[in-house]
Design a protein. Structure first.
Length: 289
């Protein structure tokens, strides 16, 4: 039986990947819009369409995992968040609760399944890790991977600097393609974000004798602005500095010949198609009051 390899070359799968930068587009206020867009792009990639790196931000969102949605008072906690102005949703990827704002840069790598397909899913997490590590190599800080106790949305591929998490990674796998999604906290206070998530769990899990959710502390999550002084030397915000660094890593590895072929196959769905998927996701995964 073939085995997955732990070796990884970043160039693989990046020579023909298209950049879709939506980090300045704020017209769509529903937090599910980028997830629905990823869902449609992934379907198209699985049918032979090009690979895509989708970069996006949201001004004020809060996404929950499926496990979060099953907490006894999840509906009340969701209503509390919405009263604060957050667009909320349950995502169809793995992971747990994550707050989003303009200081958080989200990366979606949308790639076709090849070779062993779902048997080597960890190598797809590795691909995202290597991309982010390269984007931050000029900071001089070491990016580690491994679960950080006390951070929100904990997982094996927590990315951290000095033991403080700044990034989480999740996946959504379809029949012939997959999406690896990362949220990268670039600007702002990690402590304040952690406090918001902890307050959500206090409300959603009220009355439970034993916590069936991540136990979040205030000192295990930080931003790249706090942890690596990103953006301060360049005179621009850390979010924009990180966006440009990711784009540079990918552009340096793109092949002109393969990019022409990929660009010829580019397809973007109409807004009505995206909103139809939003409705489907909210119906399928949304919290029932």
């Amino acid at each position: 039986m073939a085995e997955c390899t732990t070796s990884f070359t970043l160039d693989e799968g990046l020579d023909n990947i298209l950049l879709l930068d939506r980090t300045q587009q704020m017209e769509e206020t529903d937090i599910l819009y980028p997830f629905a867009l990823d869902e449609l792009l992934c379907r198209y990639t699985g049918k032979g369409g090009p690979a895509v790196c989708h970069l996006w931000r949201h001004p004020q969102g809060f996404v929950m995992g499926l496990r979060d949605s099953r907490l006894p008072h999840a509906a009340e906690a969701q209503q509390w968040l919405e009263s604060l102005g957050y667009s909320t949703a349950v995502r169809n990827t793995g992971g747990a609760a994550v707050p989003l704002d303009l200081g958080v840069v989200n990366i979606s790598l949308i790639l076709p399944k090849e070779g062993l397909g779902d048997k080597c899913f960890r190598s797809d997490y590795e691909r995202m890790y290597q991309l982010i590590k390269l984007a931050l190599q000029n900071t001089g800080y070491t990016v580690d991977k491994g679960e950080i106790d006390g951070a929100y949305c904990p997982g094996d591929y927590d990315l951290s600097i000095g033991g403080i998490k700044f990034c989480g990674i999740a996946q959504r796998r379809q029949a012939h393609a997959f999406v690896v999604q990362a949220f990268v906290i670039c600007e702002g206070s990690g402590k304040e974000s952690a406090e918001l998530v902890r307050s959500f769990y206090e409300r959603a899990a009220a009355g439970m004798e034993q916590a069936d959710h991540p136990v979040v502390t205030e000192d295990k999550t930080g931003s790249l602005e706090e942890l690596a002084s990103l953006g301060t030397d360049e005179g621009e915000g850390a979010a924009q500095a990180f966006i440009e660094a990711v784009k540079q890593v990918i552009r340096e590895r793109q092949s002109n010949h393969k990019m022409e072929e990929a660009a010829a196959g580019l397809w973007l769905p109409e807004q009505a198609e995206v909103h139809a998927v939003i409705n489907m996701l909210r119906e399928r995964y949304g919290i029932k009051a």
